[in-house]
Design a protein around this ligand. Sequence first.
Ligand code: SF4
Length: 468
Amino acid sequence: MSDSSTRERNYVNMQVNPCKMCMPMGGSLALKGIRGAMTIIHGSQGCSTYIRRHMAAHFNEPVDIASSSLSEEGTVYGGAKNLKIGIANLVEMYKPEVVGVLTTCLAETIGDDIERIIREVRKIGDFSDVDLIPIATPGYAGSQAEGYFSTIRAITKYYSEKNMPRKEGSHQKVNVIVSNATCEDIRELKRIFNVMDIDATIVPDISDVLDAPYMEEYQKLSSEGTPKEAFEQMRYAKATVELGDLVDHRYSTAAYLEDNYGVKSYRLPLPIGINNTDKMMRVLAEIRQKELPEAINKERGRLIDGMIDAHKHSALGVIAVFGDMDLVYGISALLLENGMKIHLAATGTAQKKFKEQLQSLADCYDQSLTIFQDTDFETIHEAIHDSEVNLMIGHSDGKFIWEKEGIDFIRVGFPVHDHVGAQRKLMMGYRGSLFFLDEIVNHLLDQKHINYRKRMYDAYYLQKEVAE
Ligand code: SF4
């Protein structure tokens, strides 16, 4: 049961419209950023369809994900037969270099051992050119955040344990793992690393896979994304920067590489807002052992200038923010440092670090706010209804609250299926934070401009009534 549930319902121990996606969703997204990779989901057809539908609508790109299509027979007698056939068909049709085999609620519940099934698959055909990687993503055991991070960790572990020799220059590289980044955010991070003269390996890199240029012919597999050879060299890198630090240590690739190979780990919040971006820049300056370049200092200066421009209006904001925990934390940081009031910050993920870190951040600004974790949209709706919230920030699953309450709504995060361009939204770094702050404040200004005549008339007639 959600720890946010304070209301009376005529049902118990259940959520209505949870504010999260499930683990294989996060796993599928991570695999999309690996060059030549395909995903097969070991479970019912519905899991794969649900994930494809959300990803295709969000990115407006074709998304192929295979399924072992477990039915009643597989559920009772085990799904090995279906999974073996599925992998063989997938390899024949797509000729992938990498296949991520993700589990689901059903596969984990019936206890299918996918590592054993994969060993058996290798005996029945020639799969010497393809890496078959088992990844445990039981849908009920976490949200897309845990699925995303654990998939990157499983792939890194798989390639690290191959013990490939070190290539020249690998010890100068920096592994960068980033959660919740749009394709545009990843392009922006690459630009920053370029300006900083840091040789970064972005893991995984969805930027040109899920925001690809128009092509005359459909490509079954994108030629973009992080190559598997990059994973083989991650254990030799000089540092790992993991952006999104709320997930448990056991899901963290930075922690895995540090614990097993001594690669220095920096786990940081998403670089949204000036303070969080400063944290990332300080780490990058430490890694490069040089001061920040002038171009970056100018970008920071522009953000400060924009914050000053906006400060007269920022205080108008009474915000409800919801979605993935790292994103909610990053956006909340930006709202607080710009003097906006957060009425509610909510996530569907159950990681107590989210609540602790956000509460201590709000305390720094002397703000009291409601924080929900492991929550659902029914609870969020109840908390917003009849409140002073004048702007919601979150993904499209909050749309029905917007429809019912008429509260202004900025769509960010995943999934955004009722607007276009979510993959091109820029929120990270000094530039992204400034664009996002402008967008928020312009929404608040529009409300002020649209409503001011009504407020004036209301005040005038109220005064008149009192006078009479
Ligand atoms: S929650 Fe479970 S059953 Fe539902 S889509 Fe995810 S893995 Fe499949």
